[in-house]
Design a binder for this molecule. Structure first.
Ligand SMILES: Cc1ncc(COP(=O)(O)O)c(C=O)c1O
Length: 394
């Protein structure tokens, strides 16, 4: 099919929920993508923070092929080796003791909210409320869009589930007022992704942890976008000096095969007894095998060091760009989660980069978000900086 055929068919039959750029991709390798006409693109978006190992990473391709030929799926009423190995890997490399597997970021947050509510009920009092941050994004199910601190995702979906309230992000005084005896959990992104790559004060997460401890409130960290090496450590919380009680993962967990996880300490996980929650596909054998291969690749010596080095190199290039371009208000980043904040809306910049074969994203209208694959090379970063310079320094 030609790109136009794919687009026409999609526009005819798919529900119109997405604002799509008119390009149909058919192949990818490393940091490169090709469209149906054979045109090459440099991918600085990674399918929205999913293909962190790049396209067609050999270890994941091999693990998926091997597992698919052996066993595609077994029910969660039985056991499977990939799921067991994945749970062990996640727990031994994080604060967590136990994992619940599901299929998307929204489902992982839904599981975290359910687990916190159930834990809250067991505390004897009335701890049912979930506090989340303004500007946050936690998913599109009814509970997670209610937890999301952005009005636009809630329009038309009322009545919303009760028991959610919002607090200003990166504001410990506001948090101090928001957490009460009715709060079961505080749900936070370590860095707000959809909200514009908002990096809080270095003391914010530690302060939030302290307030949660003082009030007997659980801390849930949503690492759906920032987890899996994106910020230069396997999980973003590992740079904050604190640990959450629950953490959610999805997106890059299996390099592009759908899987998600809610991880928790034993004392909290114990509230999910038999029958308390479930998912048919959660921890599916092929997805779990892909996730094991993904984690093993990221945990191999030097991988995360290289992410930090590439991130620092990219950010210094963006800083140089900011000095030359009056269009840029600020640049920021952690690891390979990078942003260019503009004075003007960024849609035209995204289009101009695409026309030059470079795929970027714009969020909250004026923030260009760069989420390159973690395996991006210096030469590719230089190419990206060249394109951004052409577009932003005219
Ligand atoms: C921080 C965060 N949480 C949750 C989600 C929802 O994930 P999914 O689209 O897989 O449901 C996203 C998606 O962008 C996200 O960025």
């Amino acid at each position: 099919m030609t790109g136009d055929d794919i687009i026409a068919l999609s526009d005819r039959y798919l529900m119109a929920t997405y604002a799509r750029t008119r390009v149909a991709f058919v192949r990818g390798e490393g940091a490169k993508l090709w469209d149906a006409e054979g045109r090459e693109y440099l991918d600085l978006f990674s399918g929205l923070a999913v293909t962190n190992l790049g396209h067609a990473p050999p270890a994941v391709v091999e693990a998926v092929s091997r597992q698919a030929a052996r066993l595609l799926h077994v029910s969660n009423l039985h056991y499977s080796e990939p799921q067991a190995r994945l749970a062990e890997l996640l727990c031994t490399h994080s604060f967590a003791d136990r994992v619940f597997f599901c299929n998307s970021g929204a489902e992982a947050n839904e599981a975290a909210i359910k687990l916190a509510r159930r834990w809250g009920h067991k505390q004897g009092g009335e701890r049912t409320e979930i506090v989340s941050a303004l500007g946050s994004f936690h998913g599109r199910t009814l509970a997670t869009l209610t937890a999301t601190g952005q009005e636009k995702v809630r329009v038309g979906y009322q009545p919303l589930p009760p028991g959610f309230r919002y607090v200003a992000y990166d504001d410990l005084a506001a948090l101090d007022r928001a957490l009460t005896d009715a709060t079961a959990a505080l749900l936070l992104e370590p860095i707000q992704g959809e909200g514009g790559v908002v990096i809080p004060d270095p003391e914010y997460l530690a302060g939030a942890r302290r307030l949660c401890d003082e009030r007997g409130v659980l801390l849930i960290l949503d690492e759906v976008q920032v987890g899996m090496g994106r910020t230069g450590t396997l999980f973003a919380y590992q740079q904050s000096g604190i640990e959450p009680d629950i953490m959610t993962l999805a997106k890059a967990l299996a390099s592009g095969i759908p899987i998600a996880a809610a991880l928790a300490r034993e004392s909290v996980a114990a509230s999910f007894e038999q029958g308390a929650h479930g998912s048919t596909f959660g921890g599916n054998a092929v997805a779990a095998a892909a996730a094991v291969a993904t984690l093993e690749t990221m945990l191999a010596g030097g991988f995360l060091d290289a992410v930090r080095e590439s991130g620092a190199y990219f950010l210094s290039g963006l800083e140089a760009l900011a000095r030359r371009s009056p269009a840029i208000a600020a640049v920021r980043g952690r690891g390979l989660m990078l942003a260019i904040e503009l004075h003007q809306p960024g849609a035209a910049v995204v289009e101009a980069c695409l026309a030059r074969g470079c795929l970027i994203n714009c969020t909250v209208e004026r923030v260009l978000r760069l989420l390159p694959p973690l395996i991006i090379t210096r030469a590719e970063i230089d190419r990206a900086l060249g394109v951004l310079g052409e577009v932003l320094c005219r």
